[in-house]
Design a protein around this ligand. Structure first.
Ligand code: GDP
Length: 196
């Protein structure tokens, strides 16, 4: 994907950067492997380092990648310990971004392959559908499973989400397995058409 340059952090639309590039938004349950995947995609520890800084994990972080597009790292959801008002803030923050951002080119949902499709994943998918935004789901940490196990879980994700199999991309950021496939797909399907 090329190197990433941190642009800014924001909470509400008035603080977002300009809309001069198509954006790819990444969202997922905390600990799903979002930062690790971002690192693997951009070939450096910079994104994770910035996004993981105290105070930034709960903000929307914008990074320009190469000359053509931008990665938007949305805060993770599903912290069990978090209070209801915090979860409400997360929902409002992300929903506003998904609902209003005109240069949003696609949504990448990051899930730990060993977990399952829940209401939260469904909310993200429904937001994408409601605005006709392309949506894919990366199933991370496949290196933790045998081939047979990952195939079985892959099918469970398809069944429980009721989404076509093309939506799911199994990856291991640790082993750099499947990462290039997602990158190629995103570039071809989302970035290239938007930068023409
Ligand atoms: P985030 O909260 O979604 O940003 O998750 P992180 O990227 O910080 O990853 C959470 C934990 O999962 C860390 O301990 C990572 O090292 C681990 N992890 C992430 N991706 C992989 C992977 O592909 N394989 C394995 N085995 N571990 C991973």
């Amino acid at each position: 994907m090329g190197s990433a340059k941190f642009i800014k952090s924001a909470v509400w639309p008035e603080d977002y950067p300009d809309t001069n590039r198509p954006e790819v938004a990444l969202v997922g349950r905390s600990n799903a492997g979002k930062s690790t995947l971002l690192n693997a995609m951009t070939g450096g520890a910079k994104i994770a380092k910035i996004s993981g800084t105290p105070g930034k994990t709960r903000l929307i972080n914008f990074f320009d990648v190469g000359a053509h597009y931008r990665i938007v790292d949305l805060p993770g959801y599903g912290y069990a310990a978090r209070q209801l008002d915090e979860r409400k803030l997360w929902a409002e923050m992300t929903e506003k971004y998904f609902a209003q951002r005109e240069n949003l080119g696609g949504i990448l949902l990051i899930c730990d392959v060993r977990r399952e499709w829940t209401e939260e994943e469904d909310i993200v998918n429904k937001l994408a559908i409601s605005r006709n935004i392309p949506f894919v789901c990366c199933l991370t940490k496949i290196d933790k499973l045998s081939r047979a196990e990952s195939l079985k879980l892959f099918n469970t994700w398809i069944e429980t989400s009721r989404l076509p199999k093309e939506v799911f991309f199994p990856v291991s950021a640790l082993k750099n397995d499947g990462v290039q496939t997602v990158e190629d797909y995103i570039f071809k399907a989302w970035i290239k058409p938007a930068t023409k």
